[in-house]
Design a protein around this ligand. Structure first.
Ligand SMILES: Nc1ncnc2c1ncn2[C@@H]1O[C@H](COP(=O)(O)OP(=O)(O)OP(=O)(O)O)[C@@H](O)[C@H]1O
Ligand code: SF4
Ligand SMILES: [Mg+2]
Length: 355
């Protein structure tokens, strides 16, 4: 069995507003990422993807607070560490984070090599500038980045080059888990491909051991991730392999998300694009029952009053092996949801089979 690089159990974190309101943007979230695997996280704006990333990093600065749960990286429990300890002993070595719009946050007055010195000195203050330069030059060259970039300022770099540079800086200490929050969203298609290729080069060369890829772009997730987890209003509502999630989603919200995209595969050309009516609930006062109830076309009275938990269900994967990682949050049994979707038609409701 593959080694677990990241295990998250019941992670709950909240924002406390100026008016002392609690906003649980990550609510009892549990999942695992194995060595060599990439997990994609999808969901509409405001569903908690970036807050989850910050929480995994132990980035608890007001108004964000840890509320409960456990995070284990390669067997080491890092939950509850103080931000200072996180910075010294976790950031960069155990876990690295490329924040949303990271490339625009580089200080334009500093040369790229200075950022690398900062990252390395946070862990090893005695390392000489010469050693750091040699290490950075070697890593940049391995990753097909021109090493003269090290002496440049961020304003001298194109968007794609800037983003690849940010990734190279963040992973210079070879972290076990890399979290990339919308790493390619603002880029043209060619730069996007180079960014993704670089992330996979890092994994294939052993510089990182696992990845979490956050993006709005579901077709991209399907193409680049092993597994996909869908978040809605601070909770996971479904998870499974990328193929299962795109071609055989069972939660009505995931189904709505998947129906709203075109996956460039044979048979999906005629799929109608749909949008999910309505907006996610306000997390200051989330619904008592299912959080998707206001927008779900299958809603029943029980959905609005029951506490809806995650349920596991077994499926056969593409190789015919039983797999148990599929989970969904809905009170309706899987077979009933699938039958309903089938009755309604739709090219993707084929039980994961070829379409
Ligand atoms: N500083 C903050 N104070 C209070 N609430 C916040 C703060 N930052 C985010 N939130 C709330 O937390 C929830 C999750 O936000 P988050 O940024 O994690 O969503 P997201 O899924 O990353 O969205 P996007 O796709 O737009 O990046 C939202 O409801 C948001 O309003
Ligand atoms: S629990 Fe009810 S409202 Fe929620 S997704 Fe399932 S059917 Fe829809
Ligand atoms: Mg975000």
């Amino acid at each position: 069995m593959a080694k677990k690089m990241l295990e998250v159990k019941d992670l709950t974190t909240k924002y406390i507003t100026r008016f002392r309101e609690n906003i649980y943007a990550v609510d009892h979230v549990s999942f695992e990422v194995e060595e060599g695997k990439t997990l994609g996280i999808a969901g509409e704006s405001g569903c908690g993807k970036s807050t989850l990333a910050l929480s995994l990093m132990g980035y608890y600065f007001p108004p964000l607070y840890y509320s409960g749960g456990e995070i284990t990286i390669d067997g080491r429990n890092i939950s509850g560490l103080k931000p200072d300890d996180v910075r010294k002993s976790i950031l960069g070595t155990e876990i690295a984070y490329i924040p949303q719009a990271a490339m625009n946050a580089l200080n334009p007055t500093a040369k790229i090599i200075r950022f690398i010195e900062d990252v390395i000195h946070a862990h090893d203050p005695k390392k000489t500038k010469k050693d750091i330069y040699d290490l950075a030059k070697e890593r940049f060259e391995i990753l097909n980045l021109p090493s003269d970039v090290l002496q440049k300022h961020s304003v001298e770099l194109s968007g794609g080059m800037k983003q690849r540079t940010v990734i190279a800086i963040s992973t210079i200490l070879s972290p076990k888990v890399l979290i990339a929050d919308e790493p390619s969203s603002a880029l043209d298609v060619t730069s996007q491909k180079l960014v993704i290729k670089m992330m996979y080069d890092l994994m294939n060369m052993g510089y990182i051991k696992s990845m979490i890829f956050i993006t709005h772009e579901l077709p991209l997730l399907y193409n680049v991730t092993d597994d996909i987890m869908v978040m809605y209003a601070g909770q996971i509502v479904e998870s499974g392999s990328a193929r299962q999630m795109v071609f055989d989603p069972v939660h009505p919200y995931s189904k709505g998300l998947m129906d709203s995209i075109i996956v460039p595969e044979e048979g999906t050309r005629d799929a109608k694009l749909t949008a999910i009516p309505g907006t996610p609930p306000n997390l200051k006062d989330p619904p008592k029952g299912c959080r998707f109830a206001d927008r779900c076309k299958y809603v029943m009275p029980l959905c609005q009053t029951s506490f809806v938990t995650m349920r596991r269900f077994g499926e056969l994967d593409d190789d015919g092996n039983a797999e148990s990682q599929r989970r969904y949050r809905c009170i309706v049994p899987v077979h009933e949801l699938k039958e309903t979707f089938k009755r309604e038609g739709g090219l993707r409701n084929t039980g994961g089979a070829a379409i």
